[in-house]
Design a protein around this ligand. Structure first.
Ligand SMILES: C[S@@+](CC[C@H](N)C(=O)[O-])C[C@H]1O[C@@H](n2cnc3c(N)ncnc32)[C@H](O)[C@@H]1O
Ligand code: SF4
Length: 380
């Protein structure tokens, strides 16, 4: 298959904005510190790359997601120019760091068609935020949230981390109740991953191993607290207001749902990944190489990876079982070890269901708690 076969069919667009005010010790995303003078040329390059790829996009996009980096650290005029050049989407999300969200920024995002913001709170405990080397304290997190509400955002997500060096279970309980007090429509709660090679891992190694032993307990607390507060645990690390509180809206993150359901998506920008018709491509993470190529009218340097049927089935299985909806067996059957499936069923970790769509598979609550370990067992 070629990407030509996908022309006009891709319904999810990711746009990477790599600039950050500083680099948090635990982060290994593709970021560029500062470089205020380069924001304009970078936005030009993004618009150029979009021009090269636009034929792949469907006329009606389901989602547009501006991730980072810190999209809201991008020069305000440049961000506005970019937003007005992007195609419309039903869900348009921007990732924001609390200290960059002012009343004016919140209004600007809303007036540019953004209808969902993902706010990187991480914690509400000053000491833990210091350990994470975050710029925003708890008051800045709350202010940012209220600026977004005042600007009429009706879909705000809050990101929290757990397993932070020095964190105790009661710190986590406090973080969860502070986040819940804001009444976000969506919460992402990630276990802090010690990324090899980051200075954070070097500095906090021993404490990170201690926290790793407590991860399962933290995870159970997160799930128990949020589900008891009326949130739907719809993906391993993601929660949205459940039917009783959502007023008829489906508040799952539609963009990420696209990834988890194995849909094609186009990513533009530094280090951005696209998956289109069985080909995964990864743009260069080098700013100069990216801008130079696209400014000259060429695609950026990229790595290509061909995803054969077996790899695609395995990915579908691994991602699909993260969700609370049953995963149709059709298309993933070849990736499943049938003996392991029987064993996991007998252990009460997996169940098979049948519906109008055909036979399907899902993890039980206990299976979801063990998550990746169960999926790894199931893989043929
Ligand atoms: C693309 S990142 C950064 C967004 C934004 N710049 C910020 O820092 O809030 C999106 C989310 O990934 C999560 N994240 C970043 N580094 C992580 C790590 N090492 N382990 C687990 N989650 C991480 C954080 O919760 C963060 O809000
Ligand atoms: S602000 Fe976000 S993207 Fe930037 S370095 Fe920190 S965690 Fe990474």
């Amino acid at each position: 298959m070629t990407t030509a076969a996908a022309a006009g069919r891709v319904r999810h667009l990711y746009v990477h904005l790599p600039f950050c005010a500083h680099r948090c010790g635990y982060c290994d995303f593709v970021t560029v510190v500062g470089r205020r003078g380069s924001h304009g040329s970078y936005v030009d390059a993004l618009i150029g790359e979009l021009g090269l790829e636009r034929n792949l996009l469907a006329p009606d996009l389901e989602t547009v997601f501006l991730g980072g980096g810190t999209p809201t650290f991008t020069d305000a005029q440049e961000l506005e120019r970019l937003l007005s050049a992007l195609p419309a989407g039903r869900e348009v999300t921007v990732e924001a760091n609390p200290e960059t969200v002012t009343a004016a920024v919140a209004k600007q995002l809303r007036s540019c068609g953004v209808n969902r913001v993902s706010l990187g709170a991480q914690s509400f405990q000053p000491e833990l935020l210091r350990v994470l080397e975050r710029r925003a304290g708890p008051d800045a997190v709350r202010s940012a949230f209220y600026y977004l509400r005042d600007a009429s955002f009706e879909n705000i997500s809050v990101d929290l981390l757990y397993g932070i060096p020095g964190q105790s279970p009661s710190d986590l309980d406090r973080d969860l109740s502070e986040a819940l007090a804001l009444g976000p429509e969506h919460l992402s709660c990630y276990e802090l991953e010690a990324k090899p090679g980051t200075r954070f891992t070097y500095r906090h190694g021993a404490e990170l191993s201690r926290q790793a032993d407590a991860m399962e307990t933290y995870f159970e607390r997160v799930v128990a607290t949020l589900t008891a507060s009326g949130y739907r645990w719809y993906e391993t690390a993601n929660f949205c207001l459940g039917p009783d509180r959502a007023g008829g809206r489906d508040l799952r993150a539609r963009h990420n749902l696209g990834y988890w359901l194995g849909r094609d998506y186009l990513g533009i920008g530094l280090g951005a990944v696209s998956t289109i018709e069985g080909v995964r491509r990864r743009n260069t993470p080098r700013l100069q190489a990216y801008v130079t190529a696209v400014t000259a009218g060429a695609p950026p340097p990229r790595e290509l990876e061909l995803l054969d049927g077996h790899v695609r089935s395995r990915e579908r299985l691994m991602l699909g079982l993260r969700l609370d909806d049953p995963l149709l067996l059709e298309g993933v059957a070849s990736a499943i070890d049938r003996t392991a499936l029987g064993r996991m069923e007998r252990l009460g970790l997996v169940c098979q269901t049948g519906g109008s769509g055909g036979p399907a598979l899902m993890l039980t609550r206990r299976g979801r708690m063990l998550g990746g370990a169960v999926t790894a067992e199931l893989l043929a």
